[in-house]
Write a protein that binds this ligand. Structure first.
Ligand SMILES: [Zn+2]
Length: 358
């Protein structure tokens, strides 16, 4: 028995060495290995941690970078000319939302980048994640423009494309959580629609095949069908694309089979969701926060109509008044920089360095 345990320890050490050597590395530092580390030369040089390091240093910048700050994951549903209820956003107000976010220093990242902690926004800016549920045609539909398929200018994708042209530092990012009961409509095949989105930099997410209330789905088999067949159908349309982000329809989780919502198999297609999104109503923790629960990630309602407590404008105002709670990027996606008080709160991700500012 002890020999088996010894063997297991040796094997696990061996594999951890292999995984360390193959994981993605941050950009190499400019300093030579045979020179003393820069932080020993003098205190004036901006010290950078080596691969996988945690470094404490004085904050010499005039900005309080805080990559332990909170991140808004915005949730949208229907887009219309005139808002009629809390699930609708008008095209004009969506344009306004983009401008307000831009002016306040928010820049979009994809949900996958949030999960992986690859927050690639300039120094001093704050990441924001866009999510769109239900695959409605106001979010996206294809029209023909000069003989080619193009996003309808009167759709989220058309509006974001236009905005990104005039604001090149506001890239096209966002996840469309579709059902497989018909999505977006308009011109083009379902395959062409999804491919257009992926090619532009957006993501496709799982919102179950039929927009099921998962609490009412009676069996584990049916849960796996709702989620697994989505993954299968999406991969049939987009070969090689793995759907591993789920937004719960109506924000409702299965009470009986939560494990199959996270992970399962349907007709030979295995799935494992890396993130499960709720409906409402708080900003998400930093991806560097050890308490982040990706399987219960909160979103913020970004719909207008009447001001609803805890909607996007509430939180924008909140962060204006409480800037120390807002994620403020150091501009380096391989390093999480934050006040030293978060030392015990940080979860170091593979390939990421931590800088703690004193
Ligand atoms: Zn929905």
């Amino acid at each position: 028995m002890t020999n088996i345990i010894k063997l297991l320890i040796i094997l696990s050490l061996f594999f951890s060495l292999i995984s360390c050597s193959t994981e993605s590395k941050p950009e190499p530092q400019t300093q030579q290995l045979n020179q003393p580390p820069q932080n020993q030369i003098n205190g004036q040089i901006d010290r950078q941690p080596q691969d996988g390091q945690i470094l404490e240093k004085e904050n010499t910048a005039n900005v309080n970078y805080n990559e332990m700050g909170k991140v808004m994951v915005l949730m949208y549903h229907q887009f219309v000319d005139k808002e009629t209820n809390e699930w609708t956003r008008s095209f004009d107000n969506f344009r306004k939302d983009l401008q307000v976010l831009y002016d306040k220093g928010y820049r979009p990242v994809n949900l996958r980048d949030y999960i992986d902690g690859n927050i690639d926004v300039p120094a001093g800016y704050t990441p924001v994640v866009f999510t769109f549920d239900d695959g409605t045609s106001g979010q996206f539909n294809l029209v023909e423009k000069e003989g080619k398929p193009a996003a309808n200018p009167k759709s989220v994708v058309g509006i974001m494309e236009e905005f990104s042209k005039t604001h090149p530092d506001f890239p096209l990012k966002g996840t469309f959580f579709i059902n497989h009961t018909g999505f977006f409509h308009g011109k083009g095949t379902p395959q062409e629609r999804l491919k257009y989105l992926i090619d532009k930099g957006f993501e496709i997410g799982n919102h179950t095949v039929s927009h099921a209330n998962l609490r009412k789905v009676a069996t584990a088999e049916d849960i796996q069908k709702e989620i697994g067949s989505h993954v299968k159908k999406t991969a049939e349309l987009l070969p090689g694309y793995v759907v591993d982000e789920l937004a719960l329809p109506l924000g409702i989780m299965s009470r009986k089979y939560p494990e199959f919502v996270e992970k399962g198999e349907y007709q030979g297609t295995k799935y494992q969701n890396r993130v499960i999104l709720l409906v409402g109503s708080n900003p998400a923790p930093s991806p560097a926060n050890k308490d982040v629960n990706l399987l219960k990630l909160p979103r913020i309602r970004a719909m207008g109509y009447k001001p609803v407590a805890n909607d996007m404008y509430y939180w924008l105002d909140y962060f204006d008044k409480n800037p120390e709670e807002r994620y403020l990027s150091d501009g380096n996606k391989d390093t999480f920089t934050m006040p030293v008080k978060f030392k015990e709160q940080v979860n170091q991700k593979p390939g990421k360095n931590i800088v703690l500012l004193k």
